[in-house]
Design a protein around this ligand. Structure first.
Ligand SMILES: *Cc1c(COP(=O)(O)O)cnc(C)c1O
Length: 495
């Protein structure tokens, strides 16, 4: 039976439902499973299973205090017509590799996959633990989490959601998606600062015992929908397994053949899920981490030193503009062979000095990883090149991964494994950069007109959520300073 403990304290043990409700451990660590279960079925058995069936089987392994009925309720509520493709995560073959299109949910980014199911996990977990308080989801976003979380929790009974986004660090469409959110239990604030500042502000609120007590008295408990929540991570394991199984069913690979994966990476949640899939026994070869010009992660994998003391750059792949990658802590814990005291030590160095360096031996544990980055220009070039040669359109984040796959192949000519590339957002969500990249000339400020233009040029349909968004009204107009975040939370909840 899988239980969860903090990366910084292995005596702090929780059930799955407790870990999901709590989000972050009280010692600042992240919850990790105390053992990794094997794949629930053989690959060939899974070829006859739907995405939903595979999801249920995976969750039954990890959510050991959930009943089968509860898991079925969560999966069936999450993965339905909200997704515009019946297969939930379709694959597209381009240049001999496979793009896992993770953006067919309501907000057109891969975060929909986890955030469609997290509210149901939480509802079930609250009931199981006899929680009568309202659950308040507190989230910092680099753009996509915010809307995906708002959409998942919107008008879900017994919950409220508060989102902070960097007011100048998200795309026009991303911003509209958040400030036009109509759910009555939703609160959205732009902050004067970048994502790391929003994230550290949220972390401070979570570790403020006085504030928590105050909220508790009013009938609220705080939880997190950020990718540090184990309930975000588990749903992401499913699509790696499902995609591998699909490649076998379509006859593209043989059962047992290894595939490499490449993931455009920010907070390290998505790629970590592929690592867990590999530990479960999925035949994955290399795990390729793709960064943008904020390449603190690719530097880390090359040198063993994680150094966040550098300029924060706003790039054309904004959802990856991050210098403190929270989920990396789970991998560090693994690299340190499960030593919570060592993990704690390095993470304390990170928060006091902004950096730490792992010993060589620990880096050996991470030899399945490869990391590199793409510049903004390379990102644009690769969108153009792929579109012109194959008519396939990718967004800026996915393009970072495509470019890094090319770099990997140049330096690993003897590796002929196919790549599964995580395609993390619809190109329409970043229509300004994508349009420019493929040569749509006219300057167009209105993002909706630009989507129309991109659509008629490429013959890809404008996704329905974008058409609907255009007609909606702005609801959330307030911005605040980082220092005001606590006050804003209190004022939103306690009238
Ligand atoms: C969040 C996001 C990423 C980064 O994912 P992590 O799990 O944080 O590494 C990449 N691309 C897009 C479009 C995203 O929204």
């Amino acid at each position: 039976m899988v239980r969860y403990h903090s990366t910084r304290d292995n005596l702090n043990i929780k059930t799955a439902s407790q870990a999901i409700l709590q989000g972050l451990s009280e010692d600042g660590g992240l919850f990790v499973p105390d053992s990794i279960p094997p794949l629930p079925y053989t690959i060939s058995d899974m070829t006859s299973m739907s995405y939903q069936d595979i999801a249920k089987a995976v969750f039954k392994e990890y959510l050991s205090d959930f009943t089968d009925e509860e898991i079925e309720y969560c999966v069936d509520s999450a993965y339905d017509e909200k997704f515009s493709d019946d297969s939930i995560v379709p694959l597209s073959q381009v240049d001999g590799d496979y793009y896992m299109e993770l953006y067919h949910g309501k907000t057109m980014a891969f975060k929909d996959i986890a955030l469609s199911i997290l509210p149901y996990f939480m509802k079930v977990s609250a009931k199981k633990n006899g929680i009568k308080d309202e659950i308040v989801i507190l989230t910092a976003t680099s753009g996509d989490t915010g809307k995906a979380a708002l959409s998942g929790f919107s008008d879900v009974e017994g919950t409220r959601i508060i989102v902070f986004y960097p007011k100048d660090g998200v795309s026009d469409i991303q911003k509209d998606q958040m400030i036009k959110e109509p759910g009555k239990n939703t609160y959205v604030f732009g902050i004067d600062g970048n994502f790391d500042e929003a994230q550290s502000g949220v972390k401070e609120i979570f570790s403020d015992a006085v504030l928590k007590e105050k909220l508790k008295k009013e009938g609220f408990i705080l939880s997190s929908a950020n990718s540090i929540n184990i309930g975000r991570l588990l749903p992401q394991i499913v699509y790696y397994i499902n995609s591998y199984v699909s490649l076998v069913s379509f006859g593209r690979i043989k059962d047992g053949d290894e595939v490499n994966v490449c993931v455009p990476t920010g907070n390290f949640g998505n790629i970590l899920a592929s690592f867990y899939a590999k530990l479960m026994g999925l035949p994955i070869g290399k795990l390729v981490v793709a960064s943008n010009e904020n390449h603190v992660l690719s530097d880390f994998f090359k040198s063993g030193e994680y150094d966040s003391n550098r300029e924060f750059l706003v790039t054309n792949s904004p959802s990856m503009d991050i210098l403190v990658s929270s989920n990396l802590e789970r991998l560090i814990f693994h690299a340190l062979l499960g030593s919570t005291s060592q993990t704690k030590k390095y993470m304390e160095e990170l928060s006091s000095d902004g950096k730490y360096k792992l010993p060589f031996l620990s880096m050996d544990e991470l030899s399945d990883f490869y990391a590199d980055y793409a510049t903004e220009e390379e990102t644009v070039e690769v969108i153009k090149d792929i579109y012109e040669r194959t008519s396939y359109l990718i967004d800026t984040h996915t393009a970072v991964a495509s470019k890094v796959v090319r770099k990997y192949k140049e330096s690993h000519k003897d590796d002929d494994r196919v790549f599964l590339i995580a395609s993390t957002a619809s190109p329409f969500k970043f229509s300004d950069t994508v349009s420019k990249a493929i040569g749509i000339k006219e300057e167009e400020c209105d993002p909706y007109n630009l989507c129309e233009k991109l659509s008629s040029y490429t013959h890809f349909e404008v996704p329905k959520p974008i058409c609907e968004l255009k007609e909606m009204k702005v609801v959330h107009k307030t911005t605040c300073k980082k220092e005001e975040m606590k006050e804003v939370v209190l004022n939103s909840l306690i009238k």
